[in-house]
Design a protein around this ligand. Structure first.
Ligand code: AMP
Length: 281
């Protein structure tokens, strides 16, 4: 596994591989890797001949009062995990390499960036779209894999690629969970043991709502009532949002019709957790 830090070196490597007709699969991450990330990497290995994983904690997607400085970082551990999986390149640029002095260009995926996490984290998806576009230009993958755990991010990236006519296939990877149902996340490290036990209420709430859908419920208000009742059982859970949205537009819906996403953001102490379930009827 090569570790590449410079844009020019990353580009030269990709150019060489493309020249030899090899397909490059890319998994962008912010590091502090867990089984969710590793599952994306295994997926990547099964889809192409060369795999690039990036680790870049992107300052542009963090708000001024968010956890950029404290976001968990452990490059040595991440490096060892990726080496074991047999990837080809770990791309690990510095902030100055990605955003040199005078940087002033941003990408905005207008409507998809506004609801859900976008409403609580203004500028977040602008930061995501900008860094993803930059990473795509540097790594030049044929395929890029993103987790459905960050469902809105996945839809923003799909739209970005379509709107800017980028020749990249975007693959969504299912959410990887702990044995008790908690969606894996680097931010789970912020949870105290008590909060960790309570945090399982997110997946429980989603399961309860899904069961109602299977029994024929289509009314959004009723489904959200089920979700909030479950979350309300945990005094440590502070709900930021719980919404039923059309899976493509992310606009809220009153009634389930076709493919929807039930999306949650809940705070436990200093941890902000998100989870979702794609629901079809
Ligand atoms: P992050 O390091 O949090 O930016 O995540 C990097 C990629 O891994 C993103 O595409 C995430 O959606 C994905 N990811 C993170 N956690 C999970 C999970 N539990 N299951 C599936 N994908 C995940």
């Amino acid at each position: 596994m090569q570790i590449i830090e410079q844009i020019a070196d990353m580009r030269a490597w990709s150019e060489g591989e493309r020249h030899q007709g090899r397909r490059i699969v890319f998994v962008p991450t912010m590091g502090s890797l867990h089984e969710g990330h590793l599952s994306l990497v295994r997926d990547a290995k099964s889809r192409g001949e060369r795999v690039v994983v990036s680790i870049f904690v992107n300052p542009m997607q963090f708000g001024p009062s968010e956890d950029f400085a404290k976001y968990p970082r452990d490059l040595e551990r991440d490096r060892a995990l990726l080496e074991k999986l047999g990837i080809d390149v770990l791309f690990h640029p510095t902030v100055a390499e990605i955003y040199p002095d005078g940087y002033q260009t941003h990408i905005e995926v207008e409507h998809l960036s506004l609801p859900l996490c976008g409403a609580v984290r203004p500028g977040h998806f602008r930061g995501v779209a900008t860094v993803v576009a930059k990473l795509f230009n540097i790594v030049r993958p044929h395929i890029a894999i993103f987790g459905e755990k960050d469902f809105q991010q996945l839809q923003v990236v799909r739209r970005l690629v379509r709107d800017l006519s980028m020749d990249i296939e975007i693959v969504g990877h299912p959410i990887v969970r702990e044995a008790d149902g908690l969606a894996m996340s680097s931010r789970n490290a912020y949870l105290t043991p008590e909060e960790r036990r309570a945090a399982v209420c997110l997946s429980r709430a989603l399961c309860n709502a899904e069961k109602r859908v299977r029994r024929g419920e289509t009314c959004a208000a009723k489904l959200l009532h089920v979700v909030l009742a479950e979350l309300g059982q945990e005094s440590l859970a502070h709900v930021e949002y719980a919404k039923l949205c059309d899976a493509d537009s992310l606009q809220e819906i009153d009634r389930l019709q076709g493919v929807a996403v039930l999306a949650l953001a809940v705070r436990f102490g200093r941890a902000r957790l998100i989870d979702n379930r794609v629901i079809k009827n």
